[in-house]
Design a binder for this molecule. Structure first.
Ligand SMILES: NC(=O)c1ccc[n+]([C@@H]2O[C@H](COP(=O)([O-])OP(=O)(O)OC[C@H]3O[C@@H](n4cnc5c(N)ncnc54)[C@H](O)[C@@H]3O)[C@@H](O)[C@H]2O)c1
Length: 321
């Protein structure tokens, strides 16, 4: 089938593109390369059934691109992904994450797209009362980023009611794996990996007991691929493991995978950081036939190996294999 992946030059999107191409699908990417990297699509670029459109999802020309490609399914991952930037620049965040989503949905329904699969975030749950968070839990957006993601979810339901455009929302917990950038604020696995392989100091904020639910990128990609079929229409699913890992535990695991000393420094907790997060993925077992398969230690090993190879290829410094 023909699949359009927005944000396909990014961390999760490019892993999804490779998987779709490997399964024989025709794939077009729309990405403005603002946080993504053309390098992530180096393998994809060799496929006959692949095209990259370097443009913003807010561009009025998007409708023409979608009309010509006529995707059966659109996986919508393009986004302004920084919570902090959304607080500092809420209008910019809304332009990309709300207006861009509406622009895409309008293009999709005009082009006769069957389904949109949307990347939402656990940020929509705010400070959850129950852990792991069930996917029907109340939403409580506490940042412009979360409000925009929730708004995207609502527009999907609206376009479905108006035009019969099918959709599935996937609420992603903390995704990690190859191609995640250490530049962002949320990619703590990438940040620890990069620092530990470079012999640089690492920092844990607070006392190290803050928890997150880490899910390996291949498992997330598998959720998207399953949702591209006819399962899970009109529903939202949490893609996480339900397991809480503390920052301190994570540091030990990454240090073990990197063969580096497990000696983080400590800094005061950051304002607004959540003390704990994990989501209940169980409904996706039945709804999508999906479940997380990658043990954290196994996924971290693969991530560190990828980072080593990449540093070797790009002339990385000491500690690189
Ligand atoms: N990584 C996580 O842990 C996580 C957790 C929850 C939700 N998500 C969501 O998953 C999606 C993918 O995130 P990621 O971690 O791969 O981040 P990423 O930054 O690697 O990917 C986002 C991609 O979108 C592109 N993009 C940004 N603005 C654009 C625009 N206006 N037009 C076209 N392309 C644009 C970027 O260039 C980038 O390639 C995002 O929607 C994000 O909100 C990610």
């Amino acid at each position: 089938m023909r699949v359009l992946v927005t944000g396909g030059a990014g961390f999760i999107g490019s892993n999804l593109v490779d998987r779709l191409l490997a399964e024989g699908h025709e794939v077009a990417v729309v990405d403005d390369l603002s946080s993504g990297d053309r390098e992530n699509l180096a393998e994809a670029a060799g496929h006959a059934g692949f095209a990259l459109h370097e443009m913003s999802v807010t561009d009025p020309e998007l409708a023409g691109v979608v009309e010509r490609f006529r995707p059966e399914v659109i996986c919508h991952l393009a986004a302004q992904i920084s919570v902090r930037r959304s607080v500092a620049e809420p209008v910019h965040d809304a332009r990309v994450n709300v207006e861009g989503t509406v622009n895409l949905l309008e293009a999709a329904r005009r082009a006769g797209t069957r389904k949109v699969v949307f990347a939402s975030s656990v940020a929509v749950y705010g400070r959850p009362k129950v852990l792991p968070v069930p996917d029907g839990a109340d939403t409580d957006p506490r940042s412009p980023y979360a409000a925009a993601k929730l708004s995207g979810e609502m527009y999907l339901a609206t376009f479905s009611a108006l035009y019969g455009l099918e959709y599935t929302t996937l609420v992603l917990s903390n995704v990690y794996g190859p191609r995640q950038s250490p530049e962002g604020e949320a990619g703590v696995v990438a940040i620890f990996t990069d620092a530990l392989l470079s012999g640089k100091p690492t920092v844990v904020y607070g006392d190290g007991t803050q928890t997150r639910d880490y899910i390996y990128v291949d498992d997330v990609v598998d959720g998207f691929v399953r949702a591209c079929g006819d399962r899970g229409n009109g529903r939202r699913f949490n893609l996480g493991t339900g397991v809480q890992t503390t920052d301190r535990e994570l540091h030990s695991l990454v240090a073990a995978a990197a063969g580096a000393p497990d000696e983080p420094g400590y800094a005061p907790p950051r304002l607004g950081d959540l003390p704990a997060m994990a989501v209940d993925p169980a409904p996706a077992y039945e709804g999508l036939g999906w479940q997380p398969r990658t043990e954290l230690a196994v996924g971290l090993k693969a991530t560190v190996e990828w980072a080593r190879r990449r540093r070797g290829e790009t002339g990385g410094t000491s500690g690189a294999a």
